[in-house]
Write a new protein. Structure first.
Length: 294
């Protein structure tokens, strides 16, 4: 197997890992190990107000208890602002990003005026109000200028994927009105800086992929491969999370926790050893893509 594979697990420290987040961690670890690659951990604490004190340290302890130990020291997004600023500066200099003065209420009113009232719980598709200037209003955020057309990619589990960003998302935020960096820009910069070649994460993040691909292209960065795993669902049928009753992961019996995660991933063994997990993962995914040197 090739030695060029670099994967990562990138939790947000809003609380301890739960059963759903362990699925993503195990999948990314297995994929890296099955391909003779490296596995990294990145603490995605860029959204500082949502981060819980001590949660990052708890997450790292939980991973260690389950035997999921990264090959390098973890990196922390909150310490990488200079990298994100350099990327934004590049996009601005090449007219791919612009300042925005719109509040959420402004966007809702603009969409309603255009005959596009927001559906309940739906995302606000930015109507491009500030593309031609701020009209004397102070800048609140910075946005990426999307272009018409489909963004297409292949997901190793979900198959062929596509999204029309201009129509379905609009010009998305790179730096927020509160001065914090948006997830989309931070994750693209970090993946490139860390040399990530394969991204294995939960299916709830699949909708972010098109935005990240256009940013990679605009910044002239490589596009990694993608595999979005099945999710653990809560009692309400939605993704398991703290909001719908997810309990902190119990690592006092790590083998039980790992076996539960493995079953979500479709691995058949009931008492899964590391060797069995790797063999099963290889059998399931080995032919889904080829790496140099394989």
């Amino acid at each position: 197997m090739g030695a060029t594979y670099i994967g990562r697990f990138a939790p947000s420290p809003t609380g301890p890992l739960h059963a759903g987040s362990l699925v993503a961690a195990l999948a990314s670890w297995l994929d890296a190990r099955a391909h003779g690659g490296r596995w990294l951990v990145r603490i995605e604490d860029v959204d500082i107000p949502r981060c819980a004190p001590g949660a990052a340290e708890t997450i790292l302890q939980q991973l260690t208890a389950c035997g999921l130990v990264p090959d390098e020291e973890p990196v922390w997004q909150s310490r990488r602002g200079a990298l994100y600023q350099a990327a934004l500066d590049q996009l601005v200099s090449e007219s791919r990003a612009y300042p925005c003065a719109c509040s959420r209420k402004d966007i809702e009113e603009a969409l309603a005026a255009q005959g596009h009232p927001r559906a309940r719980h739906a995302e606000l598709v930015y109507p491009g109000t500030c593309r031609l200037g701020l009209g004397g209003r102070p800048a609140r955020a910075w946005r990426f200028k999307t272009e018409p057309g489909l963004i297409e990619w292949h997901d190793r589990r979900l198959g062929a994927q596509q999204q029309d960003l201009a129509r379905e998302v609009g010009d998305f935020v790179l730096k927020r009105a509160d001065g914090l960096w948006a997830y989309q820009l931070a994750v693209v910069v970090d993946d490139a800086q860390q040399g990530i070649t394969q991204i294995v994460r939960g299916e709830d993040l699949a909708d972010n992929t098109a935005r990240q691909i256009v940013l990679q292209q605009a910044l002239r960065l490589p596009t990694p491969g993608y595999l979005h795993t099945a999710l653990v669902l809560g009692p309400n049928g939605e993704k398991l999370s703290k909001q719908n009753g997810a309990r902190p992961l119990d690592t006092s019996r790590p083998l039980l926790a790992l076996n539960a995660a493995a079953q979500v991933l479709g691995l058949p063994e009931q008492r899964l050893s590391t060797a069995q997990a790797l063999a099963s993962w290889q059998a399931q995914w080995r032919d889904s893509y080829n790496l140099p040197g394989d």
